[in-house]
Design a protein around this ligand. Structure first.
Ligand code: ZN
Length: 494
């Protein structure tokens, strides 16, 4: 077999795989980076990492020269069902999202629509090297919806966590439903390594703390809770304080966004060991508050990254890492400038956000067996390599390369649990046409339920008027033209 034949054939399931001669970001405790090194996978585990490995007979070789091998990335918060309406809300704020989610389209999702969104989102994860995704599934109106979500996740060979939620009812209501509890117990007892389970709900800060009953169910069932905390205008310090006072803040708890909180809340989170899921691409445009990257460093809080939803943003962790570095650095510079000072050394480094995107997610999920490339760990492995791209070389700073140079199209090979799910830039064994048909039928359903006018209006929120300021360096012609060319429309906000 020639070299090119070996490269084009997707490795067969069940045979060992070795990545040869790559730059390996092990993401181990010491932050070991190896160059010209191999990663050997046997069954579902990483068997060895190092240069010139001896491999079992029949091992399939993947040439990693010029590429970067890293652990599979982990997204700790994505509303996967919403991927069925990919990109629809590009110009939204949280206000428009809430209308869409709670009052309009969200209510129209049938079980098959949840499945369509989940399946597409799950494939999107694998394709981008995200080997574990937490499905923050907060539109499960019924257990039929939940069964559909589960079916879709199980149909895609990635690692997922179903974070069960239902925005159409109070968490104290749906967690009391015996059918929901039976389903949660079934998932928990299955101990499926590829499908974990959590509870997903928010804490409003209502002093009567109605969410207490839901936390008690989580405790009784032994399930972690993930919650949108510190979201401007929605959740705040009161929710954190209530959780803490009632003993519900645990190391397993994930606080999503955790943006508009005060020192007191960050201290409570730090003291109880939970982790924050930073979704910077989301926080930058929706308005939850600034991504709390300065605070997590200051208070020593564990961090993972997340993408939130593809109804607005992208679903890949390259964007998460890049947005997170950009936002933190912008804040650091702006804070200094307000003091008349200059930042000469940045506090947040590329290596750190790669850690957050890999081992940070593993920590948040309580999984010590993923998130790094070390012998004995589960084989969730990503190869970034694109020989046809001028962006692939020179490869000088591997962490910087992952964050600022690479993108999802450069993901060459992905293994989950030792199984090759993407190879030579293509998903393996996926009928994307069938998934497309499924999603198209969901879009058709939602569009006809809402009606054309509401559909178009939902995608195009009213534009606030912008006053063009007088400018002494410009003469009158420009201004009068502008007035005739649409000034009145602008006043009306169109
Ligand atoms: Zn969210």
């Amino acid at each position: 077999m020639t070299h090119s034949d070996a490269e084009s054939a997707a490795p067969e399931i069940g045979r060992p795989v070795v990545f040869r001669s790559g730059t390996v970001l092990t993401m181990d405790d010491a932050g070991t980076v190896l160059t010209g090194a191999d990663v050997l996978v046997v069954d579902d585990r990483i068997a060895a990492v190092g240069p010139g490995l001896d491999v079992p007979e029949g091992t399939q070789e993947i040439d990693a020269r010029g590429g970067i091998v890293l652990p599979g990335m982990i997204d700790t918060h994505r509303h996967m069902w919403q991927t069925a309406m990919r990109g629809y809300g590009a110009d939204w704020t949280l206000t428009q999202y809430f209308v869409w989610n709670y009052l309009e389209h969200g209510r129209k999702f049938r079980p098959q629509d949840i499945a369509a969104g989940n399946r597409l989102s799950a494939l999107e994860s694998l394709e981008a090297g995200v080997t574990t995704t937490v499905d923050w599934s907060h539109n499960l109106h019924s257990t039929d919806h939940a069964e559909a979500a589960i079916e879709a996740l199980r149909s895609v060979p990635g690692r997922f966590v179903l974070a069960y939620g239902n925005i159409q009812a109070g968490p104290w209501e749906w967690t009391a439903d015996p059918a929901v509890r039976a389903l949660l117990e079934r998932l928990r007892d299955a101990k499926d390594d590829l499908l974990g389970v959590q509870l997903a709900f928010d804490v409003t800060g209502d002093p009567s703390f109605p969410e207490k009953a839901a936390f008690e169910v989580a405790r009784e069932l032994g399930l972690p809770v993930t919650t949108h905390a510190g979201v401007w205008g929605a959740t705040n310090d009161d929710g954190i304080r209530l959780m803490h006072e009632h003993g519900f803040m645990t190391p397993e708890t994930t606080y999503v966004h955790a943006a508009t909180l005060t020192r007191d809340s960050y201290q409570r989170i730090a003291a109880t060991g939970g982790s924050i899921s930073v979704a910077t691409e989301s926080e930058c445009s929706a308005g939850q508050g600034h991504a709390p990257t300065a605070q997590v460093l200051q208070y020593g809080i564990p961090v993972s990254l997340s993408m939130d939803t593809s109804v607005w943003w992208s679903g890949d962790m390259f964007s998460a890492m890049r947005a997170t570095l950009n936002a933190d650095r912008m804040a650091e510079h702006m804070d200094a400038h307000l003091q008349g000072e200059t930042v000469t050394h940045l506090r947040l480094r590329a290596q750190k956000v790669v850690e957050w995107a890999t081992r940070g997610g593993a920590h948040a999920l309580g999984r010590s067996d993923v998130g790094s490339l070390e012998a004995g760990k589960k084989a969730d492995v990503v190869l970034i390599k694109n020989d046809d791209s001028p962006v692939s070389f020179p490869l000088l700073n591997p962490y910087g390369h992952v964050v600022f140079q690479a993108q999802r199209g450069d993901v060459h090979t992905v293994l989950v649990d030792g199984r090759v799910v993407k190879h030579a830039h293509k998903l393996v064994g996926v009928d994307l046409a069938a998934v497309r048909r499924e999603v198209e039928s969901t879009v058709e359903h939602l569009r006809s339920e809402l009606g054309e006018e509401a559909w178009v209006a939902g995608m195009n929120p009213d534009l606030p008027s912008t006053e063009v300021l007088d400018n002494p360096y410009q003469y009158t012609d420009y201004k009068s033209d502008a007035t005739h060319a649409g000034g009145e429309d602008r006043v009306l906000g169109r």
